[in-house]
Design a protein around this ligand. Sequence first.
Ligand code: PAP
Length: 329
Amino acid sequence: MAKLPMNLRDDNVSEETKNLISSLPTDEDSQGKLCKYQGCWYYYNTLQAVINFQTNFQPQDTDIVLASFPKSGTTWLKALSIAILERAKHHSNDPLTHPLLSDNPHGIVPFFEIDMYLQTATPDLTKFSTSTPRLFSTHMPLHTMKEGLKDKDSPCKVVYLCRNIKDALISRWYFRCKYQNKEAAGSILESMFESFCSGVSFYGPFWDHAHSYWSGSLENPKQVLFMRFEALKSEPYVQVKRLAEFLGYPFTKEEEESGLINKIVELCSLRNLSGLEVNKTGKTWMNVDYDSYFRKGEVGDWKNYLTSEMENKIDMIIEEKLKGSGLRL
Ligand code: PAP
């Protein structure tokens, strides 16, 4: 069997973190050992990376963090944010120079706990996110990520992309089977479904994850923007405008009239990005093919895979866990 990627393993944990883990709730799934830190489940190496980040990251006031539960459209949000911030330098899709044409969005916007702090507690930040403002990303819940921003009232902007959890589950199932070179078998989906429902899954429980950003966006809407994958699909123009405004880079009337928003939507479309050479042939530093980040990008694909019992079970959990919060998943 292929060796698991480093973030799912437990071979890079300091003595101090081992001590911490001994005081935390622990469990395991078919991929490895998990522990629950600040309300969220991590494989041990990822916990080490989270702690490295919390301890050592030096934020700048202008930093922007793109956050999501895995498989919620992170790649898309990264591409759109890059295109919005870079538009002054590139005419939306200048084939010679636009960064999205020569690198995958994950290569341009690093994850704190995957790309930056997984191998080392003190990464050379000049190698990461060289843009101004700096763009970073994470799958950590908001309260954990904010510890790395040090100041409770940090002015850094945070964008959360939320997706129907059943679609995120199907997407994670496909992704996992692909990197493990396995057929997308129903038995793997069933075990992942049970883990999702129990809450004991990587970055789970999903309801607490989304809720941390939902309540953060209600408390401080200037700092945390709560976006939805489904809205990006159904009204990309409106949502891209909203994102640009939140980031502090609103489109001018001239830009709007010149069709720039539609050009950005097209540049960042799944069809366009997945057809680029870099995304057909490139890989992340952990050897994940860039093309595995592009599949269907549809709303409601879960209907092709989950039974009505599974649908009812997950819907009831969502209703119970999020009752009174105003959040729908
Ligand atoms: P990550 O959490 O590992 O970073 P992430 O990008 O969040 O992955 O999720 C991948 C999903 O986003 C895939 O969904 P699917 O499996 O249901 O198809 C992928 O197809 C979708 N996706 C990636 N890029 C885009 C895009 N430009 N437009 C729409 N969906 C996209």
